[in-house]
Design a protein around this ligand. Structure first.
Ligand SMILES: [Zn+2]
Length: 81
């Protein structure tokens, strides 16, 4: 079994600090809706959970790994023409 408690890390994004946990496919037993693309994360797909380091954890959100990467690498001032 994977040790899920070892998979946490902190990340600072354009909207503040988040704690991330990687969810392996075997632990993804429910369908979630990704706030990045508004599409479903099917059961069995490895993904990420993100929540604020402060608070009670009720703001946990499940993200596609690729959507989270896109989000956190986005520049604070996106190039617009
Ligand atoms: Zn997504």
């Amino acid at each position: 079994m994977l040790r899920i408690t070892g998979g946490q890390r902190r990340e600072t994004g354009p909207d503040g600090e988040w704690v991330l946990r990687r969810i392996p496919g075997a632990a993804a037993t429910k369908v979630y809706r990704c706030p990045g693309c508004a599409q479903e994360i099917p059961a069995g797909m490895p993904h990420l959970v993100a929540w604020r380091p402060y608070g009670d954890g009720e703001d946990r959100r499940h993200w596609h790994t690729s959507c989270w990467d896109r989000r956190s690498h986005r520049s604070p001032r996106p190039p617009r023409r």
